[in-house]
Design a binder for this molecule. Structure first.
Ligand SMILES: Cc1cc2nc3c(=O)[nH]c(=O)nc-3n(C[C@H](O)[C@H](O)[C@H](O)COP(=O)(O)OP(=O)(O)OC[C@H]3O[C@@H](n4cnc5c(N)ncnc54)[C@H](O)[C@@H]3O)c2cc1C
Length: 397
């Protein structure tokens, strides 16, 4: 097997498989992507039927990336013939006065700034259009018609297939043990021998620090074990994707959910609702407390969404303290570029893959990613406090 490549990608989850694809479009057989487990495994962050995609962010650093992400997903769909993004419309919901700088007026303002149409709705207007919701009078909504879901499993498999089509080698079941910078190349040490490349792209999710550790770098990343539950609602027609939007309940105790898709069931979860773990200590056991919090929310706000549990699936978030992405070279290692997802990156996966390919091959990107630098205080200052609220920790103490 060939040992020297232009670029080696570490990890074939959502971001790594996307990077492999966009790299292979330009560097073809010069690309090797390496995954420690079997392709399509569910031990990381990316293997489920659906992830929310939306323009609606309170932070313009993300709003500005949403349109290019939709465009690039469209290109992947065009090239593969596989439908990956399903627009269902999206509803952000909140109780007036509870979300501070993240409140819906900020989401509306960033969308207005970027020319994205939206509708602001009272609680009564939301319930008139979607009687599935039961909202108090002081709730309000923000509807954006392009929101929807990305079929994550299909996206990953499609990126891998297209990467191979363009000449990349994809090696699974091959753990990478270390990166070793060596002059004008980087050695990648695996159980199947050592490879080398002019550039390495790291998309290792919850394992990021174990790869960074081999470079003498450690970042303050919090990994949480999150979960989503599929409910076999008997009210299928009410929750079909053409009748029911993806939704986010924006609150200190935040929840999100999907119409029926992937399974004959609705799906919902709590955002940052899981215990802090590592990739090694995580279990696949659902947390009954998080499940209880979700059930109580759904019972009072979307009661017919509920049904017998089909299954609850666990999954990992990997979050810097400010919960923003990292997309940058590893400081001191210009030949190693890394992306860390912050627990909300799937909607941007193909765009982040494209950005990583530009950083690796050109040393720069056309996209505005200044907010995701690796030398910002959230990464470099060990006293930087986590800005996210962890529901599991809050409810334990
Ligand atoms: C429950 C849940 C709900 C979410 N909902 C949304 C949503 O609605 N919208 C949204 O945009 N995002 C959402 N996200 C976040 C999104 O899924 C993640 O941001 C994204 O999947 C991260 O992908 P990744 O490639 O960074 O990580 P992963 O998919 O975990 O990929 C990392 C890969 O690297 C491999 N790897 C690591 N170390 C090595 C090594 N040493 N050698 C070889 N391979 C290695 C791993 O095995 C793994 O396959 C959600 C996440 C969860 C958990």
């Amino acid at each position: 097997m060939r040992r020297n490549y232009d670029v080696i990608v570490v990890g074939c989850g959502g971001l790594g498989s996307a990077a492999a694809y966009w790299l292979a479009r330009r560097a073809g057989e010069g690309v090797l992507a390496i995954e420690q487990f079997g392709l399509g495994h569910d031990r990381g962050s990316s293997q489920d039927h659906s992830r929310i995609i939306r323009h609606s962010y309170h932070d313009p650093n993300y709003t500005v990336l949403a349109a290019p992400a939709y465009d690039l997903w469209g290109q992947v769909e065009e090239e593969s013939g596989i439908k990956i993004v399903h627009k269902t419309g999206g509803l952000d919901l909140e109780m007036l006065g509870t979300t501070g700088p993240k409140d819906l007026s900020h989401c509306a303002a960033t969308m207005a700034e970027h020319g994205i149409p939206y509708e602001e709705l009272s609680a009564a207007e939301v319930m008139y259009r979607w009687p599935q919701f039961t909202l108090p009078d002081d709730a309000r909504g923000l509807y954006q018609a392009d929101s929807g879901l990305v079929d994550a499993r299909k996206a990953n498999a499609t990126h891998v297939a297209l990467a191979r089509l363009h000449g990349a080698t994809v090696l699974d079941r091959t753990p990478i043990r270390a990166l070793r910078p060596n002059g004008d190349s980087v050695e990648v040490v695996t159980d199947a021998g050592t490879f080398s490349a002019a550039h390495v792209v790291v998309a290792a999710g919850a394992w990021s620090n174990s790869i960074l550790g081999s470079l003498g770098v450690e970042w303050p990343l919090t990994v949480t074990q999150e979960q989503v539950t599929y409910f076999a609602t008997p009210h299928l027609r009410e929750f079909a994707p053409d009748r029911f939007p993806v939704w986010i309940w924006r609150a200190p105790q935040g929840f999100y959910g999907f119409p029926v898709y992937g399974e004959v069931a609705t799906k919902a979860g709590q955002d940052v609702g899981g215990e802090e773990v590592t990739a090694e200590t995580r279990t696949f056991e659902p947390d009954p407390n998080a499940r209880g919090r979700l059930d109580r929310f759904l019972e009072s706000h979307i009661p017919r969404f509920l049904g017998p549990e089909l299954y609850t699936k666990t999954c990992l978030y990997t979050m810097p303290p400010d919960r923003h992405f990292v997309i940058d070279a590893v400081p001191g290692h210009p030949r190693v570029t890394i992306a860390v997802d912050g627990g909300h990156a799937f909607k941007f996966a193909t765009l982040i893959g494209n950005i990583l390919s530009q950083l690796a091959l050109d040393g720069r990107t056309e996209y505005p990613i200044g907010a995701f630098r690796a030398d910002r205080p959230a990464i470099t200052d060990p006293t930087f406090p986590p800005l996210f609220r962890n529901e599991a920790v809050v409810h334990r103490t």
